[in-house]
Design a protein around this ligand. Structure first.
Ligand code: ASP
Length: 372
């Protein structure tokens, strides 16, 4: 039975997204993503398709005819980037991604200059934006802002797609898309992501990038996930139960060095994250380190820990990094952090193209030019 989001209360819409059967009907239209809110919404086939589209775009972008072709894909489209939290990479990468496809973009990052400052509701604000734009990309400190915006637009007379670019402490779904793309690329000659072992390190509970990646790992044949995390920063909101329910054996470690000493050689990727001190209130930092930025010794990947890892172990970080991934790691053969940044642009382009129904055309053009 199909579910029309326009007929649901907000609470039912949120519950519907929790439910695997109804989620797709609420977040996809004509088989394409429309509201991009949670990692769980993508099937494995969706993820493979997005990765293939990103590769096609990346290669077309290096080809003279390809560049012109790409620029016509979203020509005349307007993308609003509404960023109510700091961002360098994500905002710029969405802008570059839309640019590659010929769309024009606008960035609003100072909420004091928007009508939110006058107390306008989310519903009215996004309904107003939909009068001028064809897609809204939103980052907001509230976990449910993008969800609420999607629901409000689904009920409006002029719905447009919404893409979450970071929802509070909850999810950063486009970051996990680019992480999956980077992992797939890194493991291309080693059988892909299936069967690989990944370690998530740091403030996993409040790092939405790590949280989204953990959800996305359930789409692959990943049997075990090691999480190195302080007790206070363990993921909440059912994440651990979700991944266990999907057949992943989750092991928690409280300190990085002993964890790597034990399992390092079996590990295929280490995903570092920073301590999310912005959520600690005015003082910032944990009680033992008030005001000081950066995590403590237990969650720093010191250069000498390279001895615990294989040379082909992939080293990732969603950035920004503070002290947890020191600079010497840049010369490790598995260091792919700058590639992640660049991949963000290709994967977000692929996502925008898929939302607007251009993915098949892009892949077909790349094939015709023998680029894939
Ligand atoms: N850039 C990522 C985010 O916006 C990770 C971080 O800030 O630590 O969530």
């Amino acid at each position: 039975m199909s579910v029309d989001p326009a007929s649901l209360s907000y609470e039912d819409f949120v519950q519907g997204i929790e439910d695997r059967q109804r989620r797709r009907q609420l977040l996809f239209r004509e088989g394409r993503p429309y509201f991009v809110l949670v990692s769980q919404q993508f099937s494995r086939a969706d993820l493979e398709g997005l990765c293939d589209t990103a590769t096609a775009i990346r290669r077309l972008d290096r080809h003279r005819d390809g560049v012109d072709f790409l620029r016509r894909i979203l020509h005349g489209h307007r993308v609003m980037n509404l960023f109510a939290q700091p961002s360098t990479r994500t905002a710029e990468s969405f802008i570059a991604a839309a640019d590659k496809l010929g769309a024009s973009t606008r960035l609003v990052s100072d909420m004091r200059t928007s009508s939110f400052a006058k107390g306008e509701t989310v519903d009215d604000s996004v309904r107003t934006l939909s009068s001028f734009f064809d897609t809204i990309v939103v980052r907001h400190p509230d976990d449910d802002f993008a969800m609420r915006a999607s629901w409000a637009l689904a009920r409006s007379g002029r719905p447009i797609p919404v893409v979450s670019a970071g929802s509070g402490k909850s999810q950063h779904v486009t970051q996990s898309l680019l992480d999956v793309y980077t992992l797939r690329y890194s493991f291309a000659s080693r059988g892909g992501i299936d069967g690989k072992r990944i370690v998530l390190v740091g403030d996993v509970g409040r790092n939405r990038a790590a949280r989204s990646l953990a959800y996305m790992m359930t789409k692959f044949d990943v049997h075990r996930l090691d999480i190195v995390c302080a007790k206070d920063h363990l993921p909440e909101g059912g994440l651990l139960e979700y991944i266990s329910r999907h057949g992943i054996d989750v092991r928690i470690h409280e300190r990085l060095a002993p964890a790597l000493e034990k399992v390092g050689k079996e590990v295929d990727a280490v995903y570092m994250t920073r301590l999310q001190q912005e959520w600690d209130g005015d003082a910032g930092g944990t009680p033992d380190q008030k005001g000081k930025l950066g995590t403590n010794e237990d969650f720093v990947l010191h250069p000498e820990y390279a001895k615990y890892l294989r040379d082909d172990c992939v080293i990732m970080h969603p950035l920004p990094r503070i002290n947890e991934l020191p600079e010497p790691w840049e010369s490790h053969p598995g260091f792919v952090v700058w590639r992640q940044v660049r991949n963000g642009m290709w994967m977000r382009s692929a996502l925008l193209a898929s939302i607007h129904g251009a993915a098949d055309e892009i892949r077909a053009r790349a094939a015709r030019l023998s680029l894939v």
